[in-house]
Design a protein around this ligand. Sequence first.
Ligand code: SF4
Length: 467
Amino acid sequence: MIEELLHENCGLFAIYGAKKAAELTYLGLYALQHRGQEASGIVSSDGHKFCQLKGMGQVNDVFASKEVLAGLKGQMAIGHNRYSTTGSSSVANIQPIQISYRGNRLLAVGHNGNLTNSTSLRKKLEKEGSIFQTTTDSEIILHLIAHSKKEKIEESLADALTKVTGAYSLVFITPDSILAARDPYGWRPLALGRLNDAWVVASETCAFDIIGARYQRDVQPGEILLINKKGLKSFYTSKKVKHAFCIFEFIYFARPDSMIFGENVDKVRRRLGHQLAKEKPADADIVIAVPDSSNTHTLGYSEQSGIKFEVGMIRNHYIGRTFIHPEQKIRDLDARIKYNPVKGVLKGKKIVIVDDSIVRGTTSRKLVGMLRNAGTKEVHFRVSSPPIISPCFYGIDMPTKEELIASTKSVEQIRRYLGVDSLGYLSIEGMLSMPSLPRENFCVACFSGKYPSKIENDIGKFALELK
Ligand code: SF4
């Protein structure tokens, strides 16, 4: 994706029964950095009390030394990388969020997703006397647990989850246990693994690979896991609903080396490229990717079409969050900072450029201008997902409907806006036939405008106002 406009809101990691659990959590979070770069946090337990460290910035910024990690004692820990979708970007909102409730019971949560009835729940809880420490929807789940009349934590959690709607993959820590849960629709991924005798839970399996853990299975939609000294207990409390796995995880968010929803991301991404080449062929000399997120899609396009894959654009990986924009007005500087065309590859060539998606189209247009300036003869733009026409309310940060270029413009209008010789998007049907799971298991709401679940009116409004 050219524009850094779509953000996953969180990466989760949890481990039970491992020496130096916090160190392993740090590594897991490091592998999950792509799911959230705004803040990071770890809460560990030594069996009696919690140790925690949270801060703004990337994993390496927050856990800056061995000494810092050594202070996080215990054989169990949970960790969280954050990119905010609800709740502002403030220190108070960094997760895991920790509470002490009902006679000093300790509990902390890490959440990936977005609740769709948070406004009404928050109002109700505040009316009943709850005082919130944060503006996140994740804290609502903690309050609901605290309000539950059930005695055991797993029962209180199950009770709380009957009251929330929307997307949630969750990890919890108590002084002597780890819990994990996934909403019945399964929007966000969550996997279960083993590291020797330890149990590991993570948003994506790339977090298992870094510590040498083995993938066991996904935490199933609607499942709650309790892991403690008695072992692992699994149970379901919610009614079964049609699954709604986020197809965008395959297209863009997840790392290609991860397995999500039981399938290898790289394989699905490559098949999306194959299908795109079948549906939207082009007469060209070379095919190039918008690096890095579109590399695998482009390889697929090349394999299917027989058009040679070339590295026609270089991405600068060293742009820190604090890049200072110089005073001089340089045309399209924001795009140039990040990408540079390889003139020797592009000059005089008819090219296909593959991107995984187009959001606003503004940066794509600048990039096309740069490709033209590099001396390309023709530019054919191919997108390995359908036009995005509606925002996401299930945990992906998207611009407003009006800002999504495909919500107001036809493909031909977008082609003219981008200034390309041809433009082709993958069809919804083509996209849905690429994962092995049946198509009815996926959410495609941002492409179809049809949401798999009810969204509170003011949540929709709130989500739109956020941008
Ligand atoms: S609306 Fe789009 S981004 Fe959001 S969960 Fe559905 S498919 Fe994923």
